[in-house]
Design a protein. Structure first.
Length: 86
């Protein structure tokens, strides 16, 4: 099983369990993942949001941990799959 699929499969096994994971993702993390899905870099997202790229990367790391993924592409895929972003 790929790491990014773990969250989706967990939802299949435990009805409603994903809502706790997806609700743990903060609004700022959702916003940043949305910009990532549009192909923006941490530096570009930082400029858009008026925060440092280091802060952007911290939000990305936190979101990856919450969704159980290691790569940024897997983060975006998991967020799309779980309705965190559209």
């Amino acid at each position: 099983m790929r790491r990014g699929d773990h969250a989706a499969r967990a939802h299949d096994r435990r009805t409603g369990a994903m809502s706790a994971v997806t609700s743990a993702v903060t609004p700022r993390e959702r916003e940043i993942i949305g910009w990532m899905a549009q192909g923006k870099t941490a530096a570009e997202i930082g400029t858009i949001l008026g925060i440092s790229p280091i802060t952007v990367n911290t939000h990305i790391s936190n979101a990856k941990a919450k969704l159980g993924v290691f790569k940024e592409t897997a983060l975006v895929a998991a967020a799309l799959r779980n309705g965190i972003i559209r």
